[in-house]
Design a binder for this molecule. Sequence first.
Ligand SMILES: [Zn+2]
Length: 471
Amino acid sequence: MVCNRFTVKPLLMLLFPIAALCAYFMDSYNTVIDSDMIANTLQTNISEARDLMSGKLLLYMVSLGAIPAGIIYRMPLAAMSYRAEFFCSVKSVLLSIGIMVLAIAPFSAQYASFFREHKILRYYANPVSPLFSTVRYFDKHRITGSDPARNPLGEDARIPAADTDRELVILVVGETARADRFSLNGYARKTNPGLERYQSLVSFSNMQSCATSTAISVPCMFALRDDDSVDIEKFGRTENLLDVLTHAGVSVLWRDNNSDSKGVARNVRSENFRSAKLNPTCDGECRDSGMLAGLDEYITGINQGDILIVLHQMGNHGPAYYKRYPESFNIFTPTCNSNQLEDCTVEAINNSYDNAILYTDYFLTRVIALLQSYNDRFETALFYVSDHGESLGEHGLYLHGLPNMIAPREQREVAALIWFGKNFEINLDEVTAHAADTYTHANLFHTVLGLFEVQTSVYNDKLDILRSAHR
Ligand SMILES: [Zn+2]
């Protein structure tokens, strides 16, 4: 029954392509389009987006989107009087409700608890939800014109005069690295052959991510959080860890081989390593190790004070894990050489993923080697924390980005570790004793301030992973 000539046609024509996109994502990656997914989509870059494109997507969009929309477009609508149209609409709404009541009533008890337990179904079942999610995203992010001034944070931060040693810390923001895929944490495959050689390295095997996507986790990692809530809007309008360090006089540099800093590096020097312009190791894919190029000049160019360098990795970004490492890291085989994960066996997908972890292991050893060359001039340390985990076929799920409420543990248990240079004043036994404690991304803010011995009212030593080891 088609009644309304003004809204029915355009609405139906719009719904089909959206439904086609939903069907593609559900079928290919078992994932749903909520407002966080919209955020990921809008903040992604061209090469990441290209990883998701495929002939299959085109097929879905044409066969389930464009063709039905075309048929609707060509369908003639009978011209009715407004009165007839009104009654026709009322009739069809009542009829639809009647059918729904008849279908659901006999099972109402089951349905009520079923929908309460599985809230995600409203995204699965409803083709309008991506539209709703998009509106909600823009509503949440109603930032107009230029960057608004941000609420200051930790303006009282300073480094005590007694701390005369210079600190050089490299903070690596990892991408999609699961804790249980690091052999440092007991994974049966040797995925950390490089890092396992270091004595003064502690892997934190029980670190929980703030969220399950880059767009939310990265701002969250650098934010001061008073509780477990994840208020991305608040993170955006408040200064973060990098600003507090700047207030204390630390030189901060952000280098990015991922999408971007998600606004975190807004007030500090930031460099893009996703193209061959700055990154010397691009072979179709710009490698994370390229972010080390020219760091010597940067470090030696700063004559006084402490230095923090943040390296934002491409890491294990999916679904094209096979693109994340050079040929020489193709150790676990056979691999999945497609972004169509359903074309591959679970084993092949996991092999590609583990090879990408091997490459991160190599990258981190390169970072440590660079820091070691400054041991005589600085107290050096590497702090590595991944932004979120990844589903690799567990419960039939792939990739990441499910809302925290329903996200499986694989998407939130992330790899994290600290390596200390030989002059770093730290009680290593004390740190090691607490390596398996439960930590979250909320600890990062305070732990980094602790590494630099920054004094500020926003520092909470109870959340500093190294608190007992400092003394
Ligand atoms: Zn990520």
